[in-house]
Design a protein around this ligand. Structure first.
Ligand code: FAD
Length: 518
């Protein structure tokens, strides 16, 4: 299949991200985009991950170019309140040192001094945790923080509708149409030859990118790719979303997304430059929509909000690339936004597609599509598992919803069964290198799992040092008591000094005023 002309169908964030990627990375390919004026975009999606910078790199965009137009702010991690238990809180700071020796040192010190698992784990492994704790920002040009790369260990909050608007302007070489696609034409082998618009008739292309959101107009409706629900892993199928004004911006504009567990799900709080984006993600198996709205408003402390209701379609299509149709974004898959993985999956799929087309000089075969499908599905399934572990590892059982998550539901399907088979061993460790490996993405090892497990009180084994860790668990400390005391004092001294330096850095709102909203 020779691809010289690509049509993107859909003008939400995914559609414009797709058009921008192809326009920028494949200059010899003709790109057009058709979007409906009458079918609305999903209109939420404000929190992203560090990999977003790789997408920005591909487009050649710097923060100063786009952030101010999209009400964007920085994000150093995610804080989970009331997830492990009512009243509890843990942080997932991005980045961090994945040095294989330090986890065993931490384990030795932790047990000797009876340290709180989550806080001590974060402080040992990731200086970014202190930026989150004190709501401070730095580009780290003076190397104050160890192993902190501002560009890739910081991500963004932004208004995804405004990002789509920005990318629309960026796509100067992309032909743009407003039309409703109502049918398609196929050749004798089942490949699309054109999609048919209500207004302008046929739109021809060699490859069609379906960005039509949950409708999956081309992939599912025309190409018949089966939808595989994530319901056995994840229960939340509804969301209520809104924006609220800041009461005290200097305090509320924090450098992290907050996820707070409430009665039948959880509430996100995303600090944008102009307001706080917030929403309740819940399961209709445990609460009806009206009661959910009451719970959400009670959490917000106000009735005076315009609420948008969203039905979530949780799952993935069996194949994202079928013949000459590739679905990107919600039309392909969705995992609830607890880990802000949706736009991350979108740009990872886009990078994968662009790389495939580039490497193969735009002449692709079924094998290329199969490779794309296997990697994309593995990637998104691993997000599903990562999100599920936030519930699986929790101890909450104070409502019917939380009891179901932590006491009744089995997680035997995590990692397609690999979890139980390979990773439950009789010494209290509940996952190991193989399981962590599931969180690997295109860009290498990501340590997110460890922060969530530590946040839930699990003792984290050293990556790739399983045997050593098991030996420690079974036979005692590999370090003498003098060595442990030395490690402890060294760590405390370092954290004390670093804390004092970090408190001198600008807070998030001031940092944004200095660098972006000047
Ligand atoms: C509750 C919730 C919270 C979320 N939070 C986050 C988050 O924090 N972080 C994150 O990364 N992601 C999040 N997401 C996901 C994020 O919203 C989406 O990934 C993102 O907005 C992209 O959506 P999309 O472009 O794929 O689909 P949509 O926004 O639905 O766009 C679909 C487009 O297709 C067009 N279209 C549809 N049918 C036709 C047709 N027949 N003809 C022509 N055009 C058509 C529509 O007009 C529209 O332009 C969240 C999603 C939900 C549901």
């Amino acid at each position: 299949m020779n691809i010289r002309k690509i049509l993107v169908v859909g003008g939400g964030t995914s559609g414009w991200m797709a058009a921008a990627s192809i326009f920028k990375a494949l200059p010899n390919v003709e790109v057009s985009l058709v979007e409906s004026k009458s079918i609305p975009t999903i209109g939420v999606g404000e929190s992203t991950l560090g990999q977003f910078n790789i997408f920005l790199d591909m487009l050649g965009l710097k923060d100063e170019d786009w952030m101010a137009e999209c009400n964007a702010t920085y994000k150093n991690g995610i804080r989970f309140n009331n997830f492990n238990d009512l009243g509890s809180s843990y942080d997932y700071p991005f980045g961090g040192r994945d040095r294989i020796d330090i986890k065993n040192k931490w384990a030795a010190v932790r047990d000797c001094y009876n340290l709180p698992i989550n806080e001590s784990y974060n402080e040992w492994h990731n200086d970014n945790s202190l930026l989150m704790k004190y709501n401070r920002c730095t580009k780290n040009t003076d190397g104050l923080l160890d192993a902190f790369d501002f560009r890739y260990d910081t991500s963004y909050h932004f208004d995804s509708k405004l990002l789509a608007e920005y990318l629309k302007k960026f796509c100067t070489g992309v032909e743009h149409h407003y039309d409703n696609i109502v049918s398609v034409n196929k050749d004798e082998n089942g490949y699309l030859t054109s999609v048919v618009g209500e207004v302008h008739g046929d739109y021809t292309a060699d490859l069609f990118i379906d960005c039509t959101g949950f409708q999956s107009r081309l992939l599912e409706k025309e190409m018949g790719s089966e939808f595989l629900s994530y319901k056995p892993w994840l229960d939340n199928d509804r969301a209520l979303a809104t924006h609220v004004p800041y009461k005290d911006k200097s305090k509320e504009l924090v450098n992290f997304t907050r996820c707070t567990g409430i009665d039948s799900g959880w509430v996100w709080t995303v600090p944008l430059w102009n307001s706080l984006g917030t929403g309740y993600c819940y399961s209709s198996d445990f609460v009806d929509d009206d009661t959910a709205e009451i719970q959400f408003k009670k959490h917000l402390g106000t009735d005076d909000v315009d609420i948008k209701k969203i039905n979530i379609r949780h799952g993935i299509h069996k194949e994202g690339w079928v013949k000459n149709v590739v679905a990107i974004g919600l039309s392909y898959a969705f995992v609830e936004p607890l880990e802000s993985s949706s736009l991350a999956s979108t740009h990872e799929c886009l990078l994968r597609l662009v790389r495939t087309l580039k490497d193969r000089d735009c002449c692709v075969n079924r094998f290329d599509a199969d490779l794309y499908n296997i990697t994309s599905a593995n990637d998104i399934d691993s997000w599903r598992d990562f999100v599920a572990i936030h519930y699986a590892a929790s101890s909450r059982d104070d409502t019917r919803y939380w009891r179901h998550q932590t006491q009744e539901k089995s997680y035997i399907n995590l990692g397609r069964g690999k979890f139980i088979k390979h990773n439950v061993i009789n010494d209290g460790i509940t996952f190991d290198d193989k399981y962590q490996g599931l969180s690997q993405n295109l860009y290498g090892y990501s340590g997110g799992w460890t922060y969530v497990m530590a946040g839930n009180g699990y003792k984290i084994p050293a990556h790739k040092r399983q045997q050593e860790y098991n030996a420690y668990q079974s036979y005692g400390l590999p370090y003498s008591s003098d060595e442990v005391e030395h490690l402890y004092l060294q760590w405390r001294t370092r954290i004390k000094k670093l804390t004092s330096e970090i408190q001198k850095l600008p807070s998030h709102d001031i940092f944004l005023s200095q660098h972006i909203y000047t």
